[in-house]
Design a protein around this ligand. Sequence first.
Ligand code: ADP
Ligand code: ZN
Ligand code: ZN
Length: 669
Amino acid sequence: MSILQIALDVPLPRLFDYRHDGDLPENAVGRLAKVPFGTGSRVGVVLGVVEQSDQPAEKLKSAELLGELPALPADWLELCRFCARYYHHPLGQVMAFALPPLLRKGKKPRPIKPKVGAGETAEGRRASNMETAPSSNAATADQAAAIDAIVKASGFQTFLLHGVTGSGKTEVYLRAIEAVLARGGQALMLVPEIALTPQLESRVSARFPGAHVVSAHSGVADAARARAFLAALEGRAAIVLGTRLSVFMPMPALRLIVVDEEHDASFKQQEGLRYSARDVAIYRARQRDIPIVLGSATPSLETFHHAESGRYTRLELPERAVAAAELPTVVTVDTRRQKLQDGLSAELIAAVGERLRRGEQSLLFLNRRGYAPVLACPACGWISHCRRCAANLVLHLADRRLRCHHCGLEATIPHHCPDCGNLDLQPFGRGTQRLEAKLAEQFPEARTLRIDRDSADSPKKWQALLAAIHAGEADILVGTQMLAKGHDFPKLTLVGVVGADAALFAADFRAPERLFAQIMQVGGRSGRHDLPGAVLIQTEYPDHPLYRALVEHDYTAFANAQLAEREGAGFPPFAFQAMLRAEARELKEALAFLHAAVSSAPTFAEVLLYDPVPMRLARLKNRERAQLLVESRSRPALQGFLTQWMAALYGLKTPRELRWHLDVDPLEF
Ligand code: ADP
Ligand code: ZN
Ligand code: ZN
């Protein structure tokens, strides 16, 4: 009798032993197996076959191998093991996360009729012998040098493709992918959450008409996702294009990984397995001994630091690819010297008016949705707050609701103050809806379009909005960062940045980095074609170094200044961090757990534990939350510490209601 060691989707860092009756196929490791567990059954992954179990043989239950599904390859299993080790997450849960839901249930997707063209198509085609539709443009000299370096790389090498907005980074990716496909390899291209649009999918498919391109993101239906996974696993899919979770696509002939907009926060998952897809992708490239390209106009400081130190190879595209396109002119408007009209300066209003006369588009960037962040009573000081979170309810006038942006709680707008009865409740502050209303009033003849998560709350609406902008059906766009990435609107020549100052003084040490990237990205939408573009930043701090660097288009100066500050303060990338978080019904329970965690921590000279503190959003959905930061100058020391510490933490007695997790390399504080 053989004993199978199986990884199951349970929150325990161990494998489970099961019996296998009858003949065992040769390659049992990596196969899915259905096993009885508790009162039901589960599907897990076989990770080992042994003769002996720690448990008495008669106690072992029997596993059923799911033979009709292909075995998962060894490098995929190892990738999951790495994530389990590095993020200190139970291996069975890592695998359950990495598998498409259908396979996790032990089901095989029904095949679809092959159809060649785009998206999930051309089942059965080999990845080799690819015809490609050549790009109509000759590569610029900078592009050619970058492509050449990537194509010539032998073995593992990390490239930072640092190119200004519109410099033709995508073209570099596509040509590097072309070279990989010509040699029969597979390529993986990761893009941020909202950058993965049908436009990008069709751009890639159109470029490789004979190739089987699959896309993978959370919006793909279960059956399609499972088919994409199998197509990648069986080597039929030549290109996998997807958001962070596609870093887990098994690809036996993987020869190149691209991470576009590598600085984007959506590559880090904020729940369950808190992995960074960019970092996992780098591990994977090393594991497979292949090149990886990290592309951005505003690289993360971690990546920039590695390029400075020479660990990553820097490739630069300092100019826009379209010959006639220049980088936009960036200016600040000092708003201390004038009275704003509903948040808009005379300069910005005039600039929008001029674009209207010329038949060009303007985009006003305000990273706050809703009408106003809070509704308040001037008589008694009442404000609209969420009863489940330590946060305000945001006023949404479009559908006349108050809404919590953290937990989704909704309420009707009160007709009078709930505390004192005052009828005159006032909105405070400004969101995209209010800006939209103001613009409609100021420019009644213009067609104004608002783009945020409310107006684009489904992929369908989002596509419709993008199509309307492309068709020139809007003169003024008002939007959040949804519009910042990847889009190319030929008639857009003005970007106005409104209400960005608050982020200059946020407590989070990463806030300036994010703000700089956002403004540079959104400003980069302007003047991408033959019309010159402008960016106008309204601020009370026109001399702030962050804005000065934006005016100068000087990412490098900004990055170096930030790195110097971080080095002085001992922040990443000069230190490595992990965050232990706990949530409970009462704050004191969460804090008590964290204090117990401190007491049970092993002593490591190089590892520093901070005091447990309430999280910035201390209450979310009626749960009180606290956190404990752990830091070290040495990654191996931190990892060694965490491994020992986690074993102790799993042994701590906790109140039934308490939940805790560890976040390695946290982005949110
Ligand atoms: P990025 O990803 O760097 O923002 P894109 O790859 O989207 O830039 O390219 C920006 C624009 O430049 C696109 O319209 C693209 O078609 C065009 N482009 C890219 N490479 C070239 C080239 N070599 N010659 C002319 N136009 C190009
Ligand atoms: Zn009141
Ligand atoms: Zn809430």
